[in-house]
Design a protein around this ligand. Structure first.
Ligand code: AMP
Length: 281
């Protein structure tokens, strides 16, 4: 397995791989890897000859007062995990190499970032769109894999890929969970163990909503209220949003008439946890 830090070297390596006729699969991450990330690497390996995992805690997607400085990092451990999983190349650039002194370009989507996570993190998806655009140009992938845990992020990436004519297949991969049902996240490391039972209410409440829809409930407001009540029964929950959206357009949904995304973000102490489910009538 190679570890490449320089943008120029990564581009050269990607050109060589492409000239040799191989396909490249990219898995963008911020590191501190867990089984969720590793499942994306498996998906990339299935689709492509060479798997590149980028590890970069991207400053432009963190807002003021967010956890950029304290975001967990462990490149040594990540390297071992990637090697074990059969990754071919880790691309781990320095921020100074990606965003040089005279950097001035933005990648902004006009509508998708306006709801869900974009309300409390208004600059987040611009940062994501910018870094992913750069990673696409640097690693030159045929396919890129993203996790559906960050459902809105996948929608943003699909949109920018279409809008900017990137010739890249975007693959959305299922949420990987801990044995107790908590969606895996690098930020789970900040979760106070005393709050874990409360955090498990996220997945449980979503599963209950899915069951309610199977049994005929169609009223969105009622479903959201039930999930809210279930989660806020644990005093520690600080709910950012619980929302119903069309999984393709991310337009808000009031009545369940087809597959519908139920997504939520809730803070439990320090970490803000995300989870979602597709409700199918
Ligand atoms: P991050 O390192 O948090 O930026 O995540 C990198 C990629 O891993 C993103 O595409 C995430 O959606 C994905 N990911 C994170 N957690 C999970 C999970 N529990 N299951 C599946 N994919 C995940």
């Amino acid at each position: 397995m190679e570890i490449i830090k320089s943008v120029e070297k990564m581009q050269e390596r990607a050109d060589n791989l492409r000239s040799a006729g191989g396909t490249i699969g990219l898995v963008p991450t911020m590191g501190y890897l867990h089984e969720g990330h590793l499942s994306l690497m498996d998906a990339a390996k299935k689709r492509c000859d060479t798997v590149i995992v980028s590890i970069f805690v991207n400053p432009t997607q963190f807002g003021p007062g967010e956890d950029f400085d304290s975001y967990p990092r462990d490149l040594e451990r990540d390297t071992a995990l990637c090697r074990e999983r059969g990754v071919d190349i880790i691309f781990a650039p320095e921020a100074s190499d990606l965003y040089g002194g005279n950097f001035q370009t933005a990648v902004t989507l006009s509508r998708l970032p306006r709801n869900l996570c974009g309300i409390s993190r208004p600059t987040h998806f611009d940062g994501v769109a910018l870094v992913v655009t750069k990673l696409f140009n640097i690693t030159k992938p045929h396919a890129a894999v993203f996790g559906n845990k960050d459902f809105q992020q996948v929608a943003v990436i699909r949109q920018l890929t279409a809008d900017l004519n990137f010739d890249i297949e975007i693959i959305g991969a299922p949420i990987v969970r801990e044995k107790d049902g908590l969606a895996m996240s690098s930020r789970n490391t900040y979760l106070d163990p005393a709050l874990r039972p409360a955090a498990l209410s996220l997945n449980k409440a979503l599963a209950e909503a899915a069951e309610r829809v199977k049994n005929g409930e169609r009223d969105g407001e009622k479903l959201i209220k039930e999930v809210r009540d279930r989660i806020s029964a644990h005093g520690a929950a600080d709910i950012d949003y619980i929302a119903l959206h069309d999984p393709k357009t991310l337009e808000p949904v009031e009545r369940i008439q087809g597959p519908t995304l139920m997504a939520l973000a809730v803070k439990f102490g320090k970490p803000r946890l995300l989870d979602n489910i597709i409700l199918s009538p």
